[in-house]
Design a protein around this ligand. Structure first.
Ligand code: F0G
Length: 458
């Protein structure tokens, strides 16, 4: 008999989770104003809201916590992380930050001015938020294939080079401070960017004299897909692939809460010292002194260790196979999901799932609420709520895709949990024709509204 696949870890510590009844959940979600962010975690059985900061640290990471150096300036933990970043990414300079959006805030404070254009593949919401907050524009140059969930394309995170070149050649260089490539591209479904595309973006940026930064929250998952799917990389190690990927960037922002498997942390990596110096001023203002910037020494230690663990092939294979296990179960039943499956999550195509809900009634949010009521599973809307209103016109932006994301935390749930999630969503799918009413907004914030929005059934 061929030996089956099995996880590359065993479990040393466990945490209880509680089931609830459908009646409980109907009451709780109403009290939460139909916003899943408002639910306290004890009201959730399986939490697939995000893979950010929700992973399980290893025994080695926990032991690194004990070795943290909490000196204000020049802590050994800062240098441990510096060496790990250099070793894994090749960047000589770095600034620690408390998480990914803090890295964006610091870097963009140094780089982005009012009226600037920042092209890239679909920018993550905090990235776009930080660009628009500076009255600049995030220009989406993702390939069209990404917006059709049924098309099979190995690198749906790729930038369309024609779209990108159109932006670069029709605007003055001074107006484009940088290109941002998000690896993997979260907003289009955790989809990877190919090495060929990264290289081509670099060549084009050189031609126009513009810098390239990678939004690198899931860089290791991107490297795994390059190894598995791209010609010429099957025999390279994940770390070799990672090194080559970053060789095409001038720097990176990192939310370490994802691929570095820590609960909190981030950083900015830089190739050249001038960029580092420019951003340093803002790091001291917003995050903390240069050698800790929003993190404790122990957190920098755990992050350094996490960078190594997160770039191990066996770990990545375990993780990405689990995501695909969920995707395949849903796909086999006919549930419409973004295909191929992403690295960190399965994205359910809510427009196809709930064709009776008009786009004005927040289709993906409606689906996420139904799934919660069905099984106490918390997914997240990646749709109109997340897309916010146009900052100039105040009109709702309706993205091409309305997705419900089922995000898998790293090293946290077993495949029995995944079976439960699939069954709950399949039950909702079976009764989809009876779901005819969505939601309307009763209260919202002017930016990043999805976190705090209040909703009422239409
Ligand atoms: N960039 C990407 C691609 C992200 O996915 C995130 C966060 C960030 C930047 C911001 O990092 O949360 O550490 O400030 N994504 C989380 C998610 C929140 O659920 O996808 P952060």
């Amino acid at each position: 008999m061929e030996l089956p696949f099995a996880e590359s870890f065993k479990i040393k510590m466990v945490e209880s989770i509680k089931r609830s009844t459908r009646q409980n959940r109907i009451k709780w979600i109403e009290e939460a104003k139909n916003n899943l962010f408002n639910l306290s975690s004890d009201k959730v059985f399986i939490d697939l809201l995000t893979d950010s900061g929700t992973g399980a640290m290893s025994d080695k990471q926990w032991s690194e916590m004990m070795l943290g150096d909490e000196s204000y300036a020049g802590a050994s933990s800062f240098f441990k992380l510096k060496n790990a970043i250099k070793d894994i990414t090749g960047f000589d300079y770095y600034l620690p930050t408390h998480q990914g959006r803090a890295a964006e805030n610091v870097l963009f404070s140094a780089k982005i001015k009012e009226g600037n254009l920042v092209p890239g593949n679909t920018h993550f919401d905090t990235t776009k938020g930080h660009i628009e907050f500076r009255k600049a524009y995030a220009i989406d140059c993702t390939i069209d294939e990404a917006f059709d969930t049924a098309i099979d394309h190995p690198f749906k995170g790729n930038l369309d080079l024609i779209k990108l070149e159109n932006v670069l050649k029709s605007n003055p260089k001074e107006n484009i401070p940088l290109i941002i490539v998000t690896i993997t591209c979260n907003s289009s479904g955790g989809q990877p960017v190919s090495m060929e595309n990264l290289k081509a973006v670099r060549q084009m940026s050189d031609k126009y004299g513009i810098q390239v930064f990678f939004d690198s929250a899931r860089f290791a998952e991107n490297a795994y897909f390059i190894k598995i799917r791209e010609k010429g990389y099957a025999h390279k190690s994940i770390r070799e692939i990672v090194k080559e990927m970053f060789s095409y960037a001038d720097g990176m922002t990192m939310s370490a809460k994802k691929d570095a498997i820590v609960n909190m942390g981030g950083f900015i990596g830089f190739r050249n010292k001038d960029d580092y110096d420019d951003a340093s001023v803002f790091n001291i203002m917003f995050e903390g002194y240069l050698s800790y910037g929003g993190m404790s020494g122990r957190d920098m230690n755990a992050l350094a260790q996490g960078l190594y663990e997160g770039t191990e092939f066996d770990y990545l294979e375990t993780r990405i196979s689990q995501v695909a296990y969920l995707g395949q179960k849903l796909k086999d039943y006919g549930v419409p999901v973004q295909y191929p499956f992403g690295g960190h999550a399965i994205f359910v195509d809510a427009k196809k799932f709930l064709p009776n809900i008009p786009k004005e009634e927040y289709i993906a949010q409606t689906l996420a609420v139904e799934l919660y009521i069905e099984g106490g599973v918390r997914g997240v809307e990646i749709g109109t709520l997340l897309a916010d209103r146009d900052p100039e016109t105040g009109i709702n932006r309706y993205p091409e895709l309305e997705l419900m994301r089922l995000t898998i935390p790293r090293r946290v749930y077993t495949n029995n949990h995944i079976d439960y999630v699939a069954a709950a969503l399949i039950n909702v799918y079976d009764r989809r024709n009876g779901i005819t009413k969505g939601f309307k907004i009763t209260k919202e914030a002017p930016i990043l509204r999805h976190f705090t929005v209040s909703l009422e059934r239409v």
